[in-house]
Design a protein around this ligand. Structure first.
Ligand SMILES: [Zn+2]
Length: 895
């Protein structure tokens, strides 16, 4: 999944599971069901022990769109795994069970908050098979979502779609809802004749029925887990493509079909790449990708039928302005068809076997299609981003202490695990690594796996034992933080390189033992030394003595950046200058940029960064240099950025547009009057829409005298998907001029496009702060169905800080249709309001435990701050993946 981290990977996770509650539910069931598993055995968050093997589900479903109701008839074929099993327990939440039969005979059943328990006619034997048919209906609060036209948006195409991961299938289908079981499916959907349907597997038939209805039948003949079941019906445009003769189809909400090919057209090439590299052909019978509105994740890898957020349908006019457009999202979900769907994590604790590999798949595609430099750039960035999330540092990738909110779908399962897999590739070498993956996929094909299965397969294929590697990087936590320096001894012709690991050793973080390539370049050329750092677990410092025939020009520790680490390498300016100019790998030049950009008063250093911004061959390095100059904030840096802006104006390459956007973004916060004039001109007219958007944003932050007029004009103008209008609406908040209030009130109104409303809500919250009518207006948006409107209103109220909003926010916390990721956001905003002077006395704390109110509030505030940080990170990851995310994330400034 790509979490919403809005979520969409990037999901990250907008699912609803609450492990504490499901554990409690489980416990209740143990008391209830006489033949359940003995509580002496570990259960969730370890994989569940099972009483039966669900083998096949025939799922028939109809819909009442007006009432958002479903009518289901599911027949499960299952085999008993344990003698004397007398009851079959399905996960089922809030569904109205009308009847149950066992082998066609009426059966007794009972329901609890979380379970449907069906009595078998008599205690069954291992291997005995049953067909259990369940007829039910319901108005699910999650799991299945109805996106419908309404008063504000009468032309919206109808879309009904499901989202199972992690454990929401049970809200629309009584089933075994945990990953460690696999089944084939037959999905039979009866819908109005004009609708499309999409489900797992092959389309078998479409038959006409009565009353203008049609029945579509889909069959999935390869088993997969129930969180990967997908049902989509509604009004969609379709584009048909193929790979080696297999259907590869794309679906967009009706009216947006013209966006499919330009964004998704590289899918077949990706399937070919992955089939070859993994050594296992794409395993399913077709590959559909359906883009839906208001999706609760960025993307979801349902087997053979991925669902993605419709924000991934970038307007064709904007596509050239994004370096790899939606390819990260598309390659991520596609990789899951092998890693996640064909081989599935057995328990959520090992979710990195799904998400780490899907993240690595993004690297594979980027490297193959866009080149090594861009892949290296992404990896360099990912490492920096991971180190900026201190809450992840002491947590291992595989863990069992996640408590709630799908929190195991974190930056370790995605970003860090993707990095770790890349490290493994480097250490094993390309051929051995992929031979290992092939064997892992073949040995576990159609099965569920834990990290130990991965270790076994890799060793069998490569004869390399990776246990120490996994202990350190997957079961252990953290990463090396290094301080380095060296001295050259002219008499001995050698250097002494000191490497000190400074990470605080506690918990699962120790001294890292890692093979590393060190390259020493002297006047006579480069020499590479393969070394091992941290051989002695008791010593945090290594001193390496390396030959050098003369004083080194450049010493690279971990050439090419293949170890996840942070590094502070003491070098002289001349060495960094040499490195920026001569290092062959992007990451080594990027390190030099960062070192030189810190020497803000040094003209040589700043000029060198400016030169790299203009002349480095790699776009990624030019971006890093541009951002470095943006941080320098001196007249020289402004001058260099403005000159680069002029140069990019005449560039005709696609990269020129990207350079331009990044330069404008780097000027945000620069108070040089020449900069303001330039931004003003770009905001009004430029060949790059993203540069114009960034200029509008910068004008708001700089509060230039003419900013209000320029932003107001931009709100009135037209651009692809209102790109500029939305940028301008977002910038009016930071501008802080109350004269913008009437304009914003116009754009928050129901009926205006949702992304524009979200942007206007975000800005309105920042203005006319003593006006209770605005607070009141913003609280009315908390109840709206649109995810982005709600999120915008929650953030706007938090930012506003008016205690009058607290009751409405607290009331929202108990709403049933809340996605779980919203809960911490709401709590954080309440805490934020309460932390303002004078606010606490007016209202009680959110929680009412025994702690003193002050302690409890500050504890909660600290917890919320951490959670908010997580949400913000997830949001950011989502941003990286869905470049059109402005529409849903009003708080994001720079994308
Ligand atoms: Zn994923």
């Amino acid at each position: 999944m790509n979490v919403v981290r809005l979520r969409p990977t990037t999901t990250r996770p907008n699912t609803s599971r609450n492990a504490v509650h499901s554990w409690l539910a489980c416990l209740a069931l143990l008391l209830l069901a006489a033949c359940a598993v003995s509580p002496a055995f570990a259960d969730e968050p370890y994989a569940r022990s099972r009483d039966y093997d669900l083998q096949h589900s025939k799922i028939a479903m109809r819909f009442d769109v007006e009432k958002k109701e479903i009518f289901g008839d599911v027949t499960h074929t299952l085999a008993i795994l344990r003698d004397n099993t007398a009851k079959i327990s399905f996960d089922s939440v809030d569904l109205n069970i009308r009847s149950v039969t066992v082998d066609r005979a009426p059966a007794k059943f009972e329901t609890t908050d979380a379970k449907l328990i069906v009595a078998l006619p008599e205690p069954a034997k291992t291997g005995q098979k049953f067909e259990i048919e369940i007829k039910y209906d319901g108005k699910p609060s999650k799991g299945i979502y109805f996106i419908l036209p309404d008063a504000g948006y009468p032309n919206r195409p109808i879309q009904i779609w499901t989202q199972g991961e992690s454990e929401d299938t049970r809200f629309y289908l009584p089933t075994y809802d945990y990953p460690n079981d696999r089944l084939t499916t037959e999905t039979i959907l009866t819908v109005p004749a004009a609708w499309q349907t999409i489900a797992n597997g092959k389309l078998v038939s479409v038959t006409d029925g009565a009353k203008g209805l049609k029945t579509w039948t889909w069959k999935e003949s390869l088993p997969s887990s129930t969180y990967l079941i997908s049902i989509i019906v509604g009004e969609f445009d379709e584009v048909k493509d193929s790979w080696r003769g297999m259907p590869v189809d794309y679906f967009a909400p009706k009216g947006r079909g013209d966006r499919l090919q330009v964004n998704y057209g590289r899918t077949s090439a990706m399937i070919e790449l992955f089939s070859k590299k993994f050594g296992v052909d794409y395993p399913w019978e077709k590959y559909d990708q359906t883009m839906v509105d208001d999706f609760v994740a960025g993307g979801m890898e349902n087997s053979s039928a991925t669902t993605n957020a419709s924000e991934s349908l970038t307007n064709p006019k904007l596509v050239p302005e994004y370096v790899s457009n939606q390819d990260e999202l598309i390659s991520h979900e596609l990789t899951h068809q092998w890693f996640g769907d064909l081989v599935t994590c057995k328990a959520w604790s090992d979710i990195w076997l799904n998400e780490g590999f899907a993240t690595f798949g993004e690297t594979m595609w980027t490297e193959a299609h866009y080149g090594k430099d861009l892949a290296d750039y992404n990896r360099w960035r990912a490492a920096h981003e991971w180190f900026h999330q201190p809450n992840l540092f002491y947590k291992p990738i595989v863990r069992h202490d996640f408590l709630a909110d799908s929190e195991e779908f974190d930056g370790n399962a995605y970003g860090k695990a993707g990095w770790v897999i890349d490290m493994l590739r480097h250490q094993l070498g390309e051929d051995a690594f992929y031979a290992g993956l092939k064997h892992y996929l073949e040995a576990n094909r159609g099965k569920n796996a834990l990290t130990s299965d991965f270790a076994k397969a890799m060793e069998e294929a490569t004869h390399v034992n990776i246990d120490q590697f996994l202990t350190q990087w997957i079961y252990g936590a953290g990463a090396p933080k290094l301080e380095m320096s060296y001295v050259y001894n002219d008499a001995k012709h050698q250097i002494a390189l000191t490497v000190k690991q400074t990470q605080v050793q506690k918990g699962l973080v120790g001294v890292f033992r890692v093979p590393v390539d060190v390259e020493v370049t002297t006047a006579s050329g480069p020499r590479l030394y393969p070394l091992v750092m941290g051989k002695d677990a008791d010593k945090d410092t290594d001193i390496f003595l390396l030959p050098a025939d003369s004083a080194p020009l450049m010493v690279l520790f971990d050439k090419g950046n293949h170890i996840l680490k942070s590094a502070d390498f003491q070098k002289e300016k001349k060495e960094w200058l040499y490195q920026l100019k001569n290092a062959s790998e992007l990451a080594d030049r990027a390190d030099a940029v960062n070192a030189l950009a810190k020497m803000t008063k040094d003209e040589d250093a700043v000029n060198a960064v400016g030169y790299a911004m203009l002349h480095d061959n790699a776009l990624g390095l030019r971006i890093i240099a541009t951002e470095g100059l943006g941080r320098v904030d001196t007249p020289l840096a402004s001058k260099l950025l403005l000159a680069a802006l002029d140069q990019s104006a005449s560039s005709t390459s696609g990269d020129g547009l990207l350079d331009r956007y990044h330069i404008v973004a780097a000027l945000n916060g620069d108070h040089d009057p020449a900069v303001a004039a330039k931004l003003e001109a770009i905001a009004k007219d430029d060949k790059s829409y993203r540069a114009r958007g960034a200029a509008l944003d910068a004008l708001g932050h700089l509060k230039t005298p003419t900013a209000l007029a320029t932003l107001t004009a931009a709100v009135a103008g037209d651009s692809p998907d209102d790109f500029l209008r939305n940028s301008a609406l977002r910038a009016l908040g930071p501008l802080g001029d109350d004269k913008a209030v009437p304009l914003l009130r116009e754009w928050v109104a129901l009926g205006k496009p949702v992304p524009a409303r979200a942007a206007a809500i975000s800005s309105l919250g920042q203005l006319d702060k003593d006006n209770p009518a605005i607070t009141q207006l913003l609280t009315t948006y908390l109840a709206e169905p649109h995810f982005s409107i709600r999120i915008a209103a929650i953030h706007a109220l938090g930012f506003r800080g008016d205690p009058a909003a607290i009751p409405a926010l607290e009331a929202l916390l108990s709403a049933k249709d809340l996605s779980i990721e919203m809960v911490p956001i709401i709590k954080a905003q309440i805490s934020h309001i309460q932390s303002k002077p004078g606010a606490k006395s007016a209202h009680n704390n959110v929680d009412d435990d025994d702690d003193s109110p002050a302690t409890s509030a500050s504890k909660e505030a600290a917890e919320n701050a951490e959670r908010l940080e997580r949400i913000e990170r997830l949001t950011k990851e989502m941003n990286d993946r869905l470049k059109a995310i402005e529409s849903r994330l009003p708080a994001a400034k720079d994308q």
